[in-house]
Ligand binder design. Structure first.
Ligand code: PEP
Ligand code: MG
Length: 883
C-alpha cells in the first residue's frame, strides 16, 4: 500500500484532486509543485494512515517506516542535505492537514531535526549563530507544547524573566549567547515536567510529531469542532513533512499570509500581512504587529513601516504573479502562507480563502464578470445561510457612538450584548437567554464554543489573520481584533477602557465594519439589499424552478417579505392576527362563550377587525398570491390566565366569574398540541370559519374595487386528518363566497387547499386531493406528529440526540428526510395521482433551510414558504438545488 506521496521541484505524486487522501494542505502543495511554483520539497502521509492508526491500537502500518525513509532521502536529494546528518542536517516542518481546515487540531512543528549538535551545523551553514539558536529554542518551545503537552506559558515565563533581567524588550534583541543560556533552562524545564530529557534523536522527534498529529484528531477540541461543522470522524487527517525554509535569516527574509482578494470586502486587491526576519507563528501569534504587503494597503492603514512592495520589490513582483496564477488556476480566491529566505520566495500553503458573506458575494459577482467563473458557479459558491449576516442590522449612522476602543475591522456587521470574559461563561449566559459579547485578550481553538455562543467577539491582541478574526469571519459574526488599548483582567473579571471599568454583564456594541468598540446599546438599521447582493440573487431567481413565498401576517412582516423578494404569502397564520390588544378580549369571548349566540356576538366584533387586516395585507401584496390559513389556535395560548383577565372576560360576556372559571376548567387540555385545534375548531364551530371567510371575501372585494385588479387568493384548512373535514370547510367557504358575491355584485376567485401536518393526511393524500386544489406541508407539525416529539418540549433533549450522533441534525431545523421526508413524498405522489396539476409546497420552518429546500426540489414541489428574513436564503438555495 502506498502511504506516502512526495512533492517538490516541479513534480508531485499527488494532485489537488486527491484531497480526500492527502488532506487539503497536502493536495494543494502537490498541485502547486506541479504548477512549477517554488514549494519546499516534502511528502504527505495519507489520511488512510490515520484511519489505520485508530483501527490498530494506535500503531502505524509496517510499510510506513521504510516509505518515510525513502521520502526523506528524496527531499535530501533535492536539497543536498540529510535528515539527522550532523554536518549538513535537513530540517523539516511537520503539519496536520485534514480534508477540511480544522483549527481544533495540532497545527505545526517547525525546525524539527535540531538538537545540540545539528544546531551548530546550522549556525555554520547560515553563518549566523543567533539565527540557529533562535530556531532551536523555537523548536523546543513548539515541540514541547504541541507534542509533549507542556504548557507554552512556562517557556514564555522563562523568556520574560530573562529579558527583564537583561533590560531587553524585543525577542530580536537577544544574541546567540542569550539563547544558548535560555535553551539550557528550556531543556531543564522539559526534563522537570517530563521526567526525561528533551528528545535529541531527529528520528524520535519526527515520529513523535507524526504521532502527535494523528493523536490530535481525537482531542476534545477537534471532536467539538467536527461536531459543530458536520465533519465526520472517519475522514482522518494527513501529515505533511516538508523541508524547512527560514524567514528569520535576516532582513532579506520574511514570512507572511495573504489573500488574492480582500477577505473582508471582496475587493480585488492583494491583501495580507508579513513580518521581516520572522518565522510563521510570529504573524498569527500577534506578538509583533505585522506589516502590509502592498503600498496601497500601507497608505490606507497609515502605517509608517515599509510594505513588502518597497522592502522586497523583486520578491513582491514574483509573489504578485504567483498569486494571480493561483487564483486563475483554482478559479477562486486563495489564501496562502509564504516565506522569503534570503530573497527567495517559497510558497508553503494555499487554499480557498475564508471570507465574509459580503466578500463572498462580491467575489462571486466580480469573478463572473471577469469571465473566471460562470453564473451557475457563482450561484453555487455562495453559502445561502451566510446571507443571513447581510440581512442583519448595521449601526444607525445617526446614532451617537460612545467609542471606548478601536481595533481592526476583522469581521463586519454590528451587534450588542453583555460582556463575557470566558468561553464557558459566554455559553452559560447564552443558554440562559442573554446576548453575549465575548471579550478576550486573544482567542484560541479552546474558545470556539464561546465564540459560537457570542453575538460578536472583541480581542485586545492579534491582527486581521489572528484566530479570532479568521474564525469570526467563518462564523459570520462581527469581530474587532487587536483593540490594543483594552486592559483585560480575567481574574477580576474587569475590562478597562477609556478610563472606565466594565464588568461581566455590562452592555457593549461591537462594530466589526469600522473596528469600533462602543459603550452600551446602539440603534441599528436594516441592511440595504443592493449591489452584488441584488445581482447574484437576480441570477439565482433566473435559475430556480420553485417559487419562494413568505410566512407573514402582519403588515410589517408582509412589507419585509416583499423587500426580501418573496413572491407572495405562503402562510398567513390568522391566529397571529388575534393577539393584538384591541381584539384579544373579543377572541377570548368567542372561545369562552358557551353557546352559538354568544360566539356569534363575539365574532361580530371580530369581523371588521379581520376585514381591515386583510385589506391592508392584500394592498401590500398587490396581486401576489396570498395563502390564508383558517384559525389554528392551540387553545391554551388564548385562554385568560391572570385573575384580572378572567374578570374582564366575565364582565364582557355578562357571566359570573365562577361560571367562567368552570368553563375554563372544562377547556383545559392535557395535550393541547394534540387537542382541540386546527380543523377541529371549524368542525365544532363553523361560524368561526364563516366569519373568517366573510372577512376575506369582503376585504378582497374592497381591494378589487379600489385597484381594479384581481387577487390571487388561497384559503386552507389546518391540521387536516380526513377528506370529510375539508369538504365541510369547503362548503362553508363556498357558501360565504357566494353570499358576498350576491351582496356586492363582485365575484372573487380563490382556491381551497389542505395543510398536510399529520401522517394520516399524507397517507390519505389521494382522497384529500379530490377536494384540495393545493397542499401545503406544515412540516413543523408533521415532524411533531411523525416523530411523536413535542415541538415545544423537544429542545431540552434533542440536543443530546444530535451530540451523540443518534440524529444527524435537529429535525425541527433540518427536515428529517428519511422519516418525515418519506411522508411528504408519499403525500406528494398520491396527491398527484389523484389530481395531476395539484400545487404542492411546504411552509414549516424547513422552508428556509437549504438542505430541506434541496429535498423539496428533488420532490418537484412548486414552492417553499419561510419567514421573511430567510426569503433571500431560500431564493439562493432553491437556485442551487435546481442547478
Ligand atoms: C407547521 O406546522 O409546519 C406550520 C407551518 O404551522 P404552524 O407552525 O403554525 O403550526
Ligand atoms: Mg402547524
Amino acid at each position: 500500500v502506498k502511504w506516502v506521496y512526495t512533492f517538490g521541484d516541479g513534480l508531485a505524486e499527488g494532485a489537488s484532486s486527491l484531497r480526500d487522501l492527502l488532506g487539503g494542505k497536502g493536495a494543494n502543495l502537490a498541485e502547486m509543485a506541479k504548477l512549477g511554483l517554488p514549494v519546499p520539497p516534502g511528502f504527505t502521509i495519507t489520511t488512510e494512515v490515520c484511519t489505520y492508526f485508530y483501527e490498530n491500537e494506535k500503531r502505524f502500518p509496517p510499510e510506513l517506516g521504510p516509505q518515510v525513509e525513502a521520502a526523506l532521502a528524496y527531499i535530501g536529494g533535492l536539497t543536498g542535505k540529510a535528515f539527522g546528518d550532523e554536518e549538513n542536517p535537513l530540517l523539516v516542518s511537520v503539519r496536520s492537514g485534514a480534508r477540511a481546515s480544522m483549527p481544533g487540531m495540532m497545527d505545526t512543528v517547525l525546525n524539527l531535526g535540531l538538537n545540540d549538535v545539528t544546531v551548530e551545523a546550522l549556525a555554520r551553514h547560515a553563518g549566523d549563530a543567533r539565527f540557529a539558536y533562535d530556531s532551536y529554542r523555537r523548536f523546543i518551545q513548539m515541540y514541547s507544547s504541541v507534542v509533549l503537552g507542556i504548557e507554552h506559558g512556562h517557556f514564555e515565563e522563562i523568556l520574560e524573566y530573562y529579558k527583564e533581567l537583561k533590560g531587553l524588550t524585543l525577542d530580536t534583541e537577544l544574541a546567540a549567547e542569550d539563547w544558548k543560556k535560555l535553551i539550557v533552562d528550556f531543556k531543564a524545564k522539559v526534563e522537570e515536567a517530563l521526567g526525561a530529557p528533551f528528545p535529541q534523536a531527529p528520528h524520535e522527534q519526527l515520529w513523535g510529531a507524526i504521532g502527535a498529529v494523528f493523536g490530535s484528531w481525537m482531542t476534545a477540541r477537534a471532536v467539538t469542532y467536527r461536531r459543530l461543522n458536520d465533519i465526520p470522524a472517519s475522514w482522518g487527517t494527513a501529515v505533511n513533512v516538508q523541508a524547512m525554509v527560514f524567514g528569520n535569516m535576516g532582513e532579506t527574509s520574511a514570512t507572511g499570509v495573504a489573500f488574492t482578494r480582500n477577505p473582508a470586502t471582496g475587493a480585488k486587491e492583494l491583501y495580507g500581512e508579513f513580518l521581516l526576519n520572522a518565522q510563521g507563528e510570529d504573524v498569527v501569534a500577534g506578538i509583533r504587529t505585522p506589516q502590509n504587503i502592498t503600498e496601497a494597503a500601507r497608505r490606507a492603514a497609515g502605517s509608517d513601516r515599509p510594505s513588502m512592495e518597497t522592502a522586497l520589490p523583486e520578491v513582491f513582483a514574483e509573489f504578485a504573479r504567483t498569486m494571480n496564477l493561483l487564483e486563475k488556476h483554482y478559479r477562486d480566491m486563495q489564501d496562502v502562507e509564504f516565506t522569503v529566505e534570503e530573497g527567495k520566495l517559497w510558497m508553503l500553503q494555499c487554499r480557498d480563502g475564508k471570507r465574509t458573506s459580503k466578500a463572498a458575494l462580491r467575489i462571486a459577482v466580480d469573478m463572473t464578470n471577469e469571465g473566471l467563473i460562470s453564473k451557475e458557479e457563482a450561484i453555487a459558491c455562495v453559502d445561502p445561510a451566510s446571507l443571513e449576516q447581510l440581512l442583519h442590522p448595521a449601526i444607525d449612522p445617526k446614532a451617537e457612538r460612545r467609542v471606548i476602543a478601536i481595533g481592526l475591522p476583522a469581521s463586519p456587521g454590528a451587534a450588542s450584548g453583555e460582556i463575557a470574559f470566558t468561553a464557558d461563561e459566554a455559553e452559560r449566559l447564552k443558554n440562559a437567554g442573554h446576548k453575549i459579547i465575548l471579550v478576550r485578550i486573544e482567542t484560541s481553538p479552546e474558545d470556539i464554543h464561546g465564540m459560537h455562543a457570542a453575538e460578536a467577539i472583541v480581542t485586545a491582541r492579534g491582527g486581521m489573520t489572528s484566530h479570532a478574526a479568521v474564525v469570526a469571519r467563518g462564523m459570520g459574526k462581527p469581530c474587532v481584533s487587536g483593540a490594543g488599548s483594552l486592559r483585560i483582567d480575567y481574574v477580576k473579571g474587569v475590562m478597562t477602557a477609556a478610563g472606565r471599568d466594565f464588568k461581566t454583564g455590562d452592555l457593549l456594541t461591537v462594530d466589526g465594519t469600522t473596528g469600533q468598540v462602543i459603550w452600551g446599546e446602539v440603534n441599528m438599521i436594516q441592511a440595504e439589499l443592493s449591489g452584488e447582493f441584488a445581482t447574484l440573487i437576480g441570477w439565482a431567481d433566473a435559475a430556480r424552478r420553485m417559487s419562494v413565498l413568505a410566512n407573514a401576517e402582519t403588515p410589517q412582516d408582509a412589507r419585509m417579505a416583499r423587500k426580501f423578494g418573496a413572491e407572495g404569502i405562503g402562510l398567513c397564520r390568522t391566529e397571529h392576527m388575534f393577539f393584538a390588544a384591541d381584539r384579544i378580549l373579543a377572541v377570548r369571548e368567542m372561545i369562552l362563550a358557551d353557546d352559538e349566540a354568544g360566539r356569534r356576538a363575539a365574532l361580530a366584533k371580530l369581523l371588521p377587525i379581520q376585514r381591515g387586516d386583510f385589506i391592508e395585507l392584500f394592498e401590500i401584496m398587490a396581486g401576489l398570491p396570498v395563502t390564508i390559513r383558517l384559525l389554528d389556535p392551540p387553545l391554551h395560548e388564548f385562554l385568560p390566565q391572570r385573575e384580572a383577565e378572567i374578570a374582564e372576560v366575565a364582565e364582557s360576556l355578562g357571566v359570573p366569574v365562577e361560571k367562567l372559571q368552570r368553563r375554563l376548567a372544562g377547556l383545559r387540555e392535557v395535550n393541547p398540541m394534540l387537542g382541540f385545534r386546527g380543523c377541529r375548531l371549524a368542525v365544532a364551530y363553523p361560524e368561526i370559519a364563516e366569519m373568517q371567510a366573510r372577512a376575506i371575501f369582503e376585504a378582497a372585494v374592497a381591494v378589487k374595487k379600489k385597484t381594479g385588479e384581481d387577487l390571487r387568493l388561497e384559503i386552507m384548512a389546518p391540521l387536516i386528518i380526513c377528506k370529510a373535514e375539508l369538504d365541510l370547510v369547503k362548503a362553508c367557504v363556498e357558501a360565504m363566497a357566494k353570499a358576498v358575491a350576491d351582496e356586492t355584485g363582485e365575484a372573487i376567485s380563490y382556491s381551497i387547499g389542505a395543510m398536510i401536518e399529520t401522517p394520516r393526511a399524507s397517507l390519505r393524500a389521494a382522497e384529500i386531493a379530490e377536494t384540495a386544489e393545493f397542499f401545503s406541508f406544515g412540516t413543523n407539525d408533521l415532524t411533531q406528529t411523525c416523530l411523536a416529539l413535542s415541538r415545544d418540549d423537544a429542545g431540552s433533549f434533542l440536543g443530546r440526540y444530535v451530540a451523540k450522533g443518534l440524529l444527524p441534525a435537529d429535525p425541527f431545523v433540518t427536515l428529517d428526510q428519511a422519516g418525515v421526508g418519506e411522508l411528504v413524498e408519499i403525500g406528494a405522489t398520491r396527491a398527484r395521482a389523484a389530481r395531476p396539476d395539484i400545487k404542492l409546497g411546504i411552509c414549516g420552518e424547513h422552508g428556509g433551510d437549504p438542505a430541506s429546500i434541496a429535498f423539496c426540489e428533488k420532490l418537484g414541489l412548486n414552492y417553499v414558504s419561510c419567514s421573511p428574513f430567510r426569503v433571500p436564503i431560500a431564493r439562493l438555495a432553491a437556485a442551487q438545488a435546481a442547478l
